[in-house]
Design a protein around this ligand. Structure first.
Ligand code: NAD
Length: 364
């Protein structure tokens, strides 16, 4: 039996987690541990003003617990912004399971996690994220109803995400080129995975001149062959003369190095956390005359699809809601132009405005 060491009043007031929660406005954190299954998880609820907090569960081998806490705080806050700007009646939340997703998964671990999700009585709704499969979520669902993205229900969100990126890209084109037609526009899609391939399909159907890049040669050959897209070598992605750059692979591809080279006038893609340093690179993009569609606003098709499952899944509803990303991006970019403020900042303000209005309505 291990010794219990006390937390003193002195070190409690200086608790870095509680300080960080109040700095970022988080409502609740649930630390979960279960020795039998080896579960170590953290569920973070950032804001439930607009509705229950929805956000995926990530399984990752964090270096230490503080790294996991910082990640879950950052990701859950990001979900509040994404759900708000998308006009969903959802708050922001996220969960992380600390562990190796290749070796530490078990039915017991996910069922125990499901019990913790259930203990929040629907204040947090979970879904898949990095390191988690639909089968894992089936185990979770045996312990709680507060889970979406299950097999046979809303299914793969990628087609809806790709559609949202496509219409959001058209909104950027409307402002940058005066027309939202992408016909004849040179678009480079970086990453032809689940989302990238569907995006290439929409773009080629509209007559865009599409080029593709990927680290997986087989995916690259298949997609470029199927849609007659040009292949761009990995080393040439940021030197190629294009109109639109669509990052659909990794985050942080917009950074000092790439911004000094990028030859495009629009950045619109599905990848999360595209700006390496949000404030610095968000400002720099605007100074270079490039329109940047904020990632969490343009890639919201996935969460739209999940939300549809909460309401009783309808693919038509998901499609229609994803179509609204066109107007969301148009509003963000128009306001950015007229107020001379970078798009990342405008989108944050718009998300916060919606939450403030709801808070005021609740107070009445
Ligand atoms: P995916 O894993 O299916 O596809 C990613 C592709 O990028 C893979 O083919 C991979 O080989 C490729 N890739 C990796 N590194 C690369 C590099 N350096 N250069 C070029 N290609 C590279 O993932 P996905 O589901 O298509 O998601 C793509 C991005 O969109 C991710 O950042 C994801 O977080 C984000 N996103 C996805 C969804 C969704 O519905 N799937 C929703 C919102 C955001």
């Amino acid at each position: 039996m291990s010794e219990i060491s006390s937390i003193t009043a002195e070190n409690f007031t200086d608790n870095p987690v509680i300080r960080q929660m109040s700095n970022l406005g988080h409502e609740q954190i649930l630390f979960c541990q279960d020795a039998n299954s080896g579960l170590k998880a953290i569920i973070s609820i950032h804001d439930t003003t607009l509705g229950p907090a929805l956000g995926g569960t990530r399984m990752w081998m964090y270096q230490n617990e503080m790294e996991a806490i910082n990640d879950v705080l950052r990701l859950s806050r990001g979900m509040t912004f994404k759900n708000s700007i998308t006009g969903l009646d959802l708050g922001g939340g996220k969960a992380v399971i600390i562990g190796d997703s290749k070796t530490m998964k078990s039915e017991a671990l996910f069922r125990r996690f499901g019990q913790f999700v259930n203990s929040l009585s629907g204040n947090y709704i979970t879904a898949e994220d990095v390191g988690i499969s639909p089968d894992d979520m089936v185990h979770v669902s045996r312990e709680t109803n507060h889970v979406v993205g299950l097999p046979g229900k809303s299914g793969d969100p990628s087609p809806v995400t790709a559609y949202g990126v496509y219409v959001g890209m058209k909104a950027c084109a409307k402002i940058q080129f005066g027309t939202d037609s992408l016909s004849g526009k040179k678009v480079l899609v970086q990453g032809v995975g689940h989302v990238g391939e569907y995006l290439v399909k929409h773009l080629t159907e509209e007559g865009a001149i599409v080029s593709v890049s990927d680290i997986q040669q087989d995916a690259l050959a298949r997609v470029s062959g199927k849609y007659k897209a040009n292949i761009v070598e990995l080393s040439n992605v940021y030197d190629t003369d294009i109109d639109i750059y669509a990052p659909c692979a990794l985050g942080a591809t917009i950074n000092d190095e790439t911004l000094s080279k990028l030859k495009c006038s629009i950045i619109a893609g599905a990848a999360n956390n595209q700006l390496k340093e949000e404030a610095k690179h968000g400002e720099q993009i605007m100074r270079q005359g490039i329109i940047y569609a904020p990632d969490y606003a343009i890639n919201a098709g996935g969460v739209i699809n999940c939300f549809s499952e909460v309401k009783g899944y309808s693919s038509q509803w998901s499609h229609n809601k994803a179509q609204e990303i066109y107007n969301t991006i148009l509003n963000i970019v128009s306001r950015s132009k007229s107020e001379n403020i970078p798009t990342y900042k405008i989108s944050g303000q718009m998300a916060e405005e919606r939450i403030m209005k709801a808070k005021q309505a609740h107070a009445k």
